[in-house]
Design a protein around this ligand. Structure first.
Ligand code: SAM
Length: 253
């Protein structure tokens, strides 16, 4: 899967996405991440990319021509027939969820536009953007961190990026529940012991304990997730073993 990130601060993005699991995944050719400097497409001799908004108001806005130039140049280099999506990271977008991230795996290439200052000229969104995505109901200084969040959550679901795919199938949110508590060595830490059951080697009991803990933490912290999970997984009702009523004869009547 390929990611193209249009930004004024490529080093920010490369620094974050070039490390650890995603850095290794890039080296292994499982994913490709390219950054594109929007400023290179400024036609202005000072390489400006922003201007004051029409109608007045605070701050500066990223102007349309350098962004359009950057996008058009990128499009001209891409192979035909790819399934691509242009996404503008924006607090006005729909909020990113695990389900949304999974749905983006259907594309071969995600082209991510990072805004800065007060955002981008609306005509860029009208002409080029397929979708606006927010990473939460708060405002950041730029789209670089949101783009990294989006790439990270999608890329770790690409085949081969995580050693064990069940890693993400079983963890918080993807499973429908928040994750159960986890422990590693030492068995005793500051007087706190690892729960006995996890040391027992009894797989069925461990699985039952984990489910119980996951249900408990989800009910406490995210009641809406808990309700949805319980609606989708109603508890199995045990078949009643009630005896057949005795006949009159059996009762000696
Ligand atoms: N004036 C804009 C507004 O009120 O909607 C906010 C602009 S923000 C300061 C600058 C840039 O940061 C945005 O263009 C966007 O790319 C990015 N950004 C900020 N918060 C974000 C969020 N929660 N999700 C995604 N992108 C965000």
């Amino acid at each position: 899967m390929k990611f193209d990130i249009l930004t004024l601060f490529p080093d920010m993005v490369n620094g974050i996405l070039g490390e650890s699991i995603l850095g290794r995944a890039q080296k292994a050719g499982l994913i490709e991440i390219n950054t594109h400097q929007i400023r290179d497409f400024s036609e202005n001799k000072h390489r400006n990319v922003d201007d004051t908004p029409f109608g007045g108001g605070r701050g500066m806005l990223m102007a349309a021509p350098p962004i359009a130039g950057c996008l058009e140049h990128l499009f001209s280099t891409l192979p035909e027939g790819e399934r691509r999506r242009v996404i503008y990271l924006s607090p006005k977008g729909s909020v990113l969820t695990q389900a949304k991230a999974s749905s983006l795996l259907a594309f071969d290439r995600l082209i991510l536009l990072c805004g800065h200052y007060e955002g981008v000229d609306e005509r860029i969104i009208e002409e080029y953007v397929d979708e606006e995505i927010s990473i939460g109901d708060y405002v950041l200084t730029g789209g670089e961190l949101p783009a990294c969040v989006l790439v990270d959550t999608v890329a770790r679901m690409v085949d081969g990026v995580l050693a064990m795919p069940e890693c993400f199938e079983e963890e918080s949110i993807a499973s429908g529940l928040l994750e159960y508590p986890q422990y590693t060595r030492p068995v005793s830490f500051h007087g706190r012991e690892v729960p006995e059951v996890l040391l027992s080697g009894h797989h069925a009991n461990i699985a039952a304990w984990r489910l119980e803990e996951a249900l408990k933490v989800t009910k406490e912290r995210r009641p809406e997730l808990y309700e949805a999970y319980m609606a989708a997984h109603p508890p199995k009702v045990k078949k009643s073993r009630r005896k057949k009523p005795k006949t009159d004869e059996e009762q000696g009547k």
